[in-house]
Write a protein that binds this ligand. Structure first.
Ligand code: E4P
Length: 226
């Protein structure tokens, strides 16, 4: 499982990379515009925090293949490192994915609501496909089952592309995606923290500390007690 953070907030990215085993950062035009700053400054800031090896997924905003390709080449040259250009699975996007594959620029097919969209994008050459789990659930679909179908299709046809499940509103959706073999998930900072939180974990840790300190002294650790 690859854990990816879905934000353009530098503080949140720094915290996630400090504490958790992060494989990358995803952004989209909405996420970037929330920061309300020059987008290149934001993206270069992210790259500086995560380093050149970590994945950074950045979306092209054009609606024609020609322009998407131009954006992808531009983003690749100015941001650099392990970059994936997110391209929506409209027909012009699939055309752009094919061209970018030939040019050696990595893509993540995005705005995916059906397994067939994912399969076509992967066959066209996308490295990742991003089904929108919660947005599917919101229209009375089953986001986890779409992820499961994509995983099955990729296995069946021996396709190298990976699922990057996105658009989560709760930890249970992330858990269910993991159970059906989703290769990676991108989650916002709140869900990332919630994935680890449990009141009984905190209670247990406090009890361990209290019991230890009642015998060995307040603030003493295993190193301090001789
Ligand atoms: C991935 O980067 C997607 O754009 C993102 O997860 C969508 O999430 P939302 O449905 O919460 O906006």
């Amino acid at each position: 499982m690859l854990y990816i953070i879905d934000t353009a907030n530098l503080e949140a990215i720094e915290k996630a990379y400090n504490f958790y085993p992060m494989a990358g950062v995803t952004t989209n035009p909405t996420i970037i515009s929330k920061e309300n700053k020059n987008f290149l400054v934001i993206l270069k800031g992210i790259r500086k925090i995560i380093g050149a090896e970590s994945m950074l997924h950045v979306q092209a905003v054009s609606l024609t293949a020609e322009k998407m390709v131009q954006e992808a080449e531009y983003l690749n040259s100015v941001i650099g490192g392990n970059l994936y250009v997110k391209i929506p699975v409209i027909p012009e996007g699939i055309k752009a994915i094919k061209i970018l594959k030939q040019k050696g620029i990595k893509t993540t097919a995005t705005a995916i609501f059906t397994a067939q969209q994912a399969l076509i994008a992967a066959v066209a050459g996308a490295s990742f496909v991003a089904p929108y789990v919660n947005r599917i659930d919101n229209i009375s679909g089953d986001g986890v089952s779409v992820v499961a179908q994509i995983v099955q299709l990729f296995d069946q046809y021996d396709i190298d592309a990976k699922v990057l499940a996105a658009s989560f509103k709760n930890v249970q959706q992330v858990h269910n995606v993991a159970l059906v073999g989703g290769h990676s998930v991108t989650v916002n900072p709140e869900i990332l923290d919630a994935m680890l939180a449990h009141p009984l974990t905190d209670w247990s840790v406090n009890q361990f500390v209290n019991d230890w300190e009642s015998v060995y002294g307040i603030g003493k650790t295993t190193i301090d007690v001789k």
